[in-house]
Structure formats: C-alpha cells, structure tokens
Ligand binder design. Structure first.
Ligand SMILES: Cc1cc2nc3c(=O)[nH]c(=O)nc-3n(C[C@H](O)[C@H](O)[C@H](O)COP(=O)(O)O)c2cc1C
Length: 218
C-alpha cells in the first residue's frame, strides 16, 4: 500500500467497542489488586504478550519518547522492568525520574495507563533476575550498547563471537549497566471500551497511604 492508500484505509475503518459496562463497585479499592484481576483476564483471553507495556520517558529538555518493554516483576507495589541503564531511556530516566506506562489489550477492549516515579531496583533483585536469563540473552546484554549507533553491519555478531569465547564454560556475570527499574504508580487509569465511544474510565490517585477513585468522562 502507498501512504495515500494507507490513509484511505485508516479513514475507512471504524471499530465499535462492545465490552460490558464497568462501574465503581466492580473495582477493587487497591489499584494493584485491580491490575492483577485485569491481567488475569488478559492472560485468560490468550492475549499475546499481555505484559508488554509502553514506557514513556521525558528527557532533560522536556521531550518525550516511548518504547515497549516487558513488565517482569512487582516490587514496592510497583512495576519492574529490566533494561540497559546506559540506553536512551536510562539517560532520560537519570535526568527525569517521572515516567508513564501503558498496557493496551485490544482483544478485550482495555487500556491501563500508569504514571509515577521510577528508580533502580536493588542490585540483588537484578542479580536474581539475571540468573534466570538464558545464556544467549546474557551474551546479548553484554554485546549490545543499547541505543548507540551501529557502525558496521557485523559489529554485533563480532561482539557476540568474542563474548562467546570469553565466557566459554564460565558463568556470565551481570553487566553493571544492566538491571531493573521499578515504576511506583501515583495515578492509574483503567479504561474499558464501550459502544458509541461512551467508554468507561476510572482513575486511582495516590492519597497518603491509600487511593482515591473517580470516574472520568470518555
Ligand atoms: C515486545 C517488546 C518487548 C521489549 N522488551 C524490552 C525490555 O524488556 N527491555 C528493553 O530494554 N527493551 C525491550 N524492548 C526493546 C525496546 O522497545 C527498545 O527498542 C529498547 O529498549 C531501546 O530503547 P531506548 O533506545 O529508548 O532506550 C522490547 C521491544 C518489544 C517490541
């Protein structure tokens, strides 16, 4: 398709949402418990990669950027992900520790938006997760200077070959620049698609030790 044909196509399709209504009384007072319920339903609906989330960061100049990462664990009632601390996202997080996450499960007409602060997890937690990673992924973490420019087509493979040789028959340690972050939510929104664009939206906002919950207009 040409860009013009793509344009015509996206202008011609219109999907209505058919999910059941969602009301305040359906929702748990604790948003993380609510999140667990929705995640279970996403898993049961056999959504591919329901734990893939869009992570948005904002750099020192106030410019945002987004990418998909995997949600891997829970810590401090927050969402843990693993990455390269020297990557673009790592640099942006060092400059601005406020981020947002977005889970979108189109098959069940749901979106969850999360906003909060982000910090590195304790090194012991990164070590524990590192230990579960397959050998190839560990080599990959050492081989790739994530977000840096690739200078030659075989640069990555050469680096992998060297590392395979270096760590032949020995345990591969966790690189100091690789580890986890945890996003501690301050605000979460649960969105459920409804017919005629009259979607149901509920937000939780952190208030002291607890949470307040309100419905938002679609
Ligand atoms: C489904 C999916 C899952 C991903 N999971 C991760 C992840 O868990 N950690 C990660 O660093 N990158 C992950 N990526 C790659 C990121 O989207 C991104 O390309 C990379 O982290 C570099 O981003 P940055 O240059 O903004 O730092 C994933 C990509 C996709 C499409």
């Amino acid at each position: 398709m040409s860009l013009e044909e793509v344009r015509n196509y996206i202008n011609s399709v219109r999907r209505d949402f058919a999910s059941k209504p969602l009301s305040k009384s359906d929702l748990n007072e604790n948003p993380m418990e609510q999140f667990a319920t929705w995640m279970e339903e996403a898993v049961n609906a056999q959504i591919l990669d329901p734990y893939a989330m869009c992570l948005s960061t904002v750099n020192a100049a106030g410019k945002p950027s987004s990418r998909i990462v995997y949600w891997r664990d829970v810590a401090d009632d927050g969402f843990v992900l693993y990455t390269n601390y020297n990557s673009r996202k790592g640099i942006e997080i060092a400059a601005n520790p406020f981020v947002s996450l977005n889970f979108h499960w189109s098959e069940i007409d749901r979106q969850i938006r999360i906003e909060g602060s982000i910090k590195k997890v304790p090194v012991e937690m990164s070590d524990t997760y590192w230990a579960t990673r397959p050998r190839e992924s560990r080599i990959g973490a050492w081989a790739s200077a994530q977000s840096s420019i690739v200078l030659s087509p075989n640069q990555l493979q050469l680096s992998v070959n060297e590392l395979e040789e270096k760590y032949k028959n020995v345990d591969i340690p966790r690189p100091p620049h690789w580890g986890g972050y945890v996003v501690i939510p301050e605000r979460l929104e649960f969105w459920q698609g409804r017919p005629s664009r009259l979607h149901d939206r509920f937000i939780y906002i952190k208030s002291g030790e607890g949470w307040t919950m309100e419905q938002l207009s679609p």
